[in-house]
Design a protein around this ligand. Structure first.
Ligand code: TXA
Ligand code: MG
Length: 330
């Protein structure tokens, strides 16, 4: 891991050689810790599914929570999400700043399915922190970044917190000193008729309500941050229409097959449709292709998707968590 010290009181850092090196690392699918005004983010190219898989692996996340994508300006955000009068008003009032807006994802958005956990919505933020905006501009990519801590630990507001937790996963840490806000952004959901407070954070509810001229409703229980394993969580994630059967021992001609690894199940060649998550049994590759694979098999029209055994170590735990949710009775 390399360290790049940035003095945010100047703009000298923007022309330092490290600016190009960090940008190249991001374009190469590597992970970089980047300060924002709220907390340090564990950033990757949001359009690169493999790079996003590395984020989940590094954090040791038991599930694929959707990630926030950071962009330099509202005009960039509008390439990825549909903004209505309320989301526009909030963006104009608070961006750049500690506010994240969850809006319907545009069909044409380049943000990977893994960054949005297969949802048809996308979380977008224009941070005040200049390094994140600068690197998004320089790479020309939205940057997916959750807080740069291992899952279950508290969010890092200083570079040394990040290094302690994640050093081995990082190509670079950009050290911009302590974060000013120190708590994560407020997340507002604008995907149904009423605006919802999905997570309290750096901007108070009252300020948001006064711009909207209406009160923020509570998050539906399945999206509540304080109840991450609530059973309803299922509904907030992409669920295929087809029934999902885990740990299949063989394929069936009428069913679709989600395979994994070099050893094909008996009967695989006659399956209705097949998608191999990773022929090399690489869990990172499998994670990056999971949502796309389920979507494609669902489109095949098969009533049942059979899933080959996937081991539960490393990213396999998150993959299996996601598959169990997809297989749960509905
Ligand atoms: O201040 C922040 O927001 C920091 C900095 C780095 O920007 N980032 C951050 O990310 O806190 P993270 O991953 O720790 O929290 C993102 C939360 C997720 O837990 C998820 O529940 C919510 O945002 N989220 C993301 N996309 C969503 C979506 N499409 N629908 C509902 N919630 C979403
Ligand atoms: Mg977090």
């Amino acid at each position: 891991m390399q360290r790049w010290n940035v003095d945010l009181n100047t703009t000298d850092w923007q022309t330092a050689p490290e600016a190009s090196e960090v940008s190249a690392a991001l374009l190469n699918g590597e992970l970089v810790a980047i300060p924002t005004e709220t907390v340090y983010g564990l950033a990757a190219d949001a359009t690169n599914g493999l790079a996003c898989a590395k984020i989940f692996e590094a954090k040791g996340r038991p599930q694929f929570n959707p990630l926030i994508s950071h962009v330099p300006a509202l005009s960039d955000a509008r390439e990825h999400g549909d903004f209505g009068p309320m989301s526009l008003a909030l963006a104009e009032a608070f961006w750049p700043g500690p506010l994240t807006l969850v809006v319907p994802k545009k069909e044409t958005s380049s943000i990977s399915d893994l960054a949005t956990a297969g949802l048809q919505t996308v979380a977008l933020r224009v941070p005040e922190g200049p390094v994140m905006r600068f690197l998004s501009t320089k790479t020309g990519k939205p940057l997916a970044a959750p807080s740069a801590n291992r899952s279950g630990k508290i969010s890092p507001t200083r570079a040394q917190d990040v290094v302690a937790d994640l050093e081995s996963s990082l190509s670079f840490i950009v050290d911009g000193g302590p974060c000013e806000v120190g708590i994560e952004s407020t997340i507002v959901g604008l995907t149904d008729a009423v605006p919802r407070l999905l997570r309290p954070g750096g901007i108070g509810r009252e300020s948001i309500e006064s711009v909207l001229g209406t009160t923020l409703q509570a998050a539906p229980s399945e999206m509540r941050q304080d109840a991450p394993s609530a059973p309803g969580m299922l509904e907030s994630h992409y669920a295929p229409d087809a029934k999902v059967i885990l740990n299949a021992q063989e394929a069936s001609p009428s069913d679709a097959l989600l395979s994994f690894g070099p050893d094909r199940l008996p009967g695989a060649e006659s399956a209705n449709a097949e998608f191999n998550l990773s022929k090399n049994a690489d869990l990172k590759e499998a994670a990056s292709r999971l949502f796309a694979g389920m979507r494609e098999l669902d489109k095949s029209g098969a009533n049942v998707i059979r899933v080959q055994f996937i081991p539960s170590f490393g990213l396999g735990e998150a993959i299996n968590d996601r598959l169990r949710r997809a297989a749960a009775p509905r």
